[in-house]
Design a protein around this ligand. Structure first.
Ligand SMILES: [Zn+2]
Length: 175
């Protein structure tokens, strides 16, 4: 039987402050992946969910594994509200947009470098074969750097902020 304390900042917690943002609602980070599965309809829509955070409960759960609150206290619901799903969707969409834009920027930079080499670079540096290698390899590396690495961090931060604001609005509305 798990204790409520384990679920709230236990040893399984990811490194604090990934990408310089600490969510005031740590259970949302734990729920993000589950909610994305739900958004993609990989799991049943109906079920038994925590009445506080909407984490899916197993039949025997007396304490929510996501927010750590006793089920007897928060109650249960059969479906996740649409505005809550939207909050998680916004986070996923924002993160993906930053990763894609970053990768695209990386490719543009590599293409620019390629053109510079072919048109202006002196001697061996301007050899088309070398320039082509730079285009392929540089394009890959720059797309990785600006996409998943830098764009991913920025997107994580910006997306989490948006999600958390929508969640705060949901909590306020729920009262
Ligand atoms: Zn919960």
């Amino acid at each position: 039987m798990s204790e409520a304390g384990d679920a709230v900042g236990g040893p399984g917690e990811p490194a604090v402050g990934i990408a310089g943002y600490v969510s005031p609602y740590p259970y949302l980070d734990r729920l993000q992946e589950k909610m994305e599965e739900r958004l993609a309809r990989k799991v049943p829509i109906a079920g038994r969910f925590c009445g506080f955070c909407y984490g899916r409960l197993r039949a025997a759960d007396e304490v929510c594994a996501f927010c750590g609150r006793p089920v007897a206290e928060s109650g249960t619901v059969n479906e996740i509200p649409q505005d809550v799903l939207k909050a998680f969707h916004v986070r996923a969409k924002t993160e993906a947009a930053w990763v894609h834009s970053g990768a695209f920027l990386g490719l543009i930079l590599a293409a620019g470098l390629f053109l510079w080499q072919v048109i202006w670079a002196p001697g061996i540096l301007g050899h088309p074969a070398l320039a082509f290698m730079v285009l392929i390899l540089g394009g890959y590396l720059l797309a990785q750097l600006f996409g998943p690495i830098l764009g991913g961090q920025l997107g994580y931060r910006k997306g989490s902020r948006k999600r958390d604001a929508l969640w705060a609005a949901h909590l306020a509305k729920r009262g």
